[in-house]
Design a protein around this ligand. Sequence first.
Ligand code: GAR
Length: 200
Amino acid sequence: MSHPLRIGIIFSGRGSNMKALLDHIQAKPDTYTLANLICNKPQAIGISVAKAQGFNTTIIDHTRFDTKTDFETEISNELSSANVDIICLAGFMRILSAEFVRKWDGRIINIHPSLLPAYKGLNTHQRAIDDGAQWHGCTVHYVVADMDAGEIITQTRVQVKKDDTAETLAERVLNVEHKTFCDGLDLAAIAYRENKRTKE
Ligand code: GAR
């Protein structure tokens, strides 16, 4: 049996996806271990959510750095020293540079609140409503240098209701994000082990 994969999680806010991943990692100790938890916002609610579950968060506040490169170097050092295998972006609201993504190529996955390739970027729920979209949802995908453009790992669809507001739709999508992200991690983990095996 190979060693549990070392998972890094990076988040910026409320952390509900981060918590879902923590629960998933804790439920599968033979498969995963949490390598580190990083947040770029010192006031993020998710920090206390993680604390309540017994996990400390490393705060890497992007506003403390003169350049994006310095900020990302700090994150990279943190991930490297924790020997991270797979990095999950769980509501991490900064765009990573091409250099960072190249360094961690094929090892970063992200959850995005739309059925990509539709609605990359922000305000996805309002844009789906404005378009009269019948279906909306969430996507787990690999992170590449182009925003929200990496290979799709898994998606879950949610029907848009006639009376939906951006808030009601966001809530229903968030409800399915948690399982979708855990499923996406499971699929990425299989691919990661497979890839490692072929390289060896
Ligand atoms: C989630 O809806 C996630 O899909 C979205 O931010 C929210 C974070 O919520 N991510 C993005 O928009 C990334 N571009 P959470 O902090 O409760 O997980």
